[in-house]
Design a protein around this ligand. Sequence first.
Ligand code: GSH
Length: 245
Amino acid sequence: MAGGEGELKLLGTWASPWAGIVRIALHLKGLSYDYVEEDLENKSDLLLASNPVHKKVPVLIHDGKPVCESLVIVQYIDEAFQGNGGSSLLPADPHQRAIARFWAAYIVDKLVVSWVQAFKAKTEEERLEGTKQMAVVVETLEGALGDGECSKGKPFFGGDSVGYLDVVLGGLLSWLHGTQALCGAEFFDADKAPLLSAWAERFGALDAAKAVLPDVGRLVEFAKVRRAQQAAAAAEAAAAAAEKK
Ligand SMILES: N[C@@H](CCC(=O)N[C@@H](CS)C(=O)NCC(=O)O)C(=O)O
C-alpha cells in the first residue's frame, strides 16, 4: 500500500462486475490490498459479518471497518485516499459531481438492468427486448460523451484523465464485451457509437484495465455454465410444482 493508510482487504469474486469496479478504483489510486476470493455458495463468516444487510461482494475492509456497495466503496476510496498522488475520481465542483453520480446511477439502473434482462431471457422476444433497451442506453451514453455534459469532448468521461464514471463503466467493460458475445447486443459498434467505441478502446488500454479486468472468453464460458445451471434448476422446480398439483 502506498504509505500509511492502514490495512485494506477486498472481498470479491473474480466474475463479479461490481468487484471489478472497485478493483479498478483501487488500482488507479495506487493502493495495494489483500484480495479474498469468496465462494458465493459458501460465504465466509467475514463476508456475512461485514455485509449483514446484503451479504454480497464486494466489501472493502479498511482497518477492520467494512464498506459495502461498489459505488459507495469507490466514492469512499476517492475520499479516504485523496493524498495518494492520483487525482480525484469525482470532480471538485458539486454540480459536476452530481452529474457524474447521475450518469453512474443511469448505468446501474438502465444499462445493467437491460443487460441482465438480455442475458437471462427465456424467450427470443425477451432477449430482443433486453438488447433493444441496451441500444437505447448506448445511444444515450454516446450523446453524453458527444454533447460534452460528461466529458467536454475530452477522451474520458472524467476529462483528460479517468474519472468516477469511467471507473463505473470501465469496470464493467469485460462484461459488456461478454454480453455482446453472448446476447448479440451491439454495445461497441464503431458505426453506431463511435465515441463510446473509441472510449472503450482507450479504457481497455489503461494499465489498470489490463491488470484488473477478467478475460472476456473466461467470463463468457462461466456465464454459459451459470445460465445452463439456472435453466436446469428452473426446469426442476417447474417439474416439482407440476407433480404437486
Ligand atoms: N449493488 C451491489 C451488487 C453486488 C452484487 O450483486 N454482488 C453479487 C456478485 S456479482 C453477490 O455477491 N451475490 C451474492 C448473493 O446475491 O447472494 C454492489 O454494487 O456492490
